[in-house]
Design a protein around this ligand. Structure first.
Ligand SMILES: [Zn+2]
Length: 189
């Protein structure tokens, strides 16, 4: 097992907590919800085996209401450097194109929240930790650093609708490296 995550699903007004088991060599995680048979035993076993797991994972996934609250319970090898640390490292290597600016720390959380609300299951950024680093001053394009090994950057055209969009929206281009971003010349808005 590589990692265990929890998240919350809003089922017509009733919140349901899901726990996802990420298995090496398997593309899709195995997801179990709290009303499933054997859930309690499975969770007890997970907590027994996953040394150093996040103790308050249930509370973190449960609140605030109406948010997915994707939560890392455990990861093989312990926690990674925070997404914010990695964003700061990566940003040093990013070119700021004409008409773009660095994201002010004061609006970082608002942009992260907008993204979390808009991406639904089936979108490549669903459940992925992301932090905004740069944005276009003319349109709604935002460059996010995200917790994906192969594609650490995502150029997202946010909709600012405040609710989950049907994938593939918000439209997103995943980038493999800072070099790929720096070489990008096709900015149209
Ligand atoms: Zn733009």
């Amino acid at each position: 097992m590589e990692a265990v995550h929890a998240f919350k699903q809003d089922c017509f007004g009733v919140d349901r907590i899901w726990v996802e088991f990420h298995i090496a060599g398997r593309l899709d995680p195995i997801a179990v919800h709290e009303e499933a048979d054997g859930y309690k035993e499975l969770i007890a076993e997970m907590e027994r085996r996953c040394e150093g797991h996040r103790a308050d994972w249930w509370d973190a996934a449960a609140s605030p209401a109406f948010e997915t609250n994707y939560t890392m319970i455990w990861r093989r090898g312990g926690p990674r450097p925070s997404i914010q640390n990695r964003a700061e490292q990566l940003t040093e290597h990013l070119r700021c194109p004409d008409g773009w600016c660095l994201v002010d720390p004061a609006v970082r959380e608002a942009l992260s929240r907008a993204l979390r609300r808009e991406v639904a299951a089936g979108h490549p950024l669903f459940g992925v930790a992301c932090t905004p680093v740069m944005r276009c001053q003319r349109c709604d394009d935002v460059l996010f650093v995200c917790d994906m090994a192969q594609t650490p950057l995502a150029l997202v055209h946010l909709t600012y609708s405040g609710h989950a969009e049907a994938p593939p929206f918000p439209s997103t281009v995943l980038l493999r490296s800072a070099d790929e971003w720096n070489a990008k010349g096709d900015f149209v808005c």
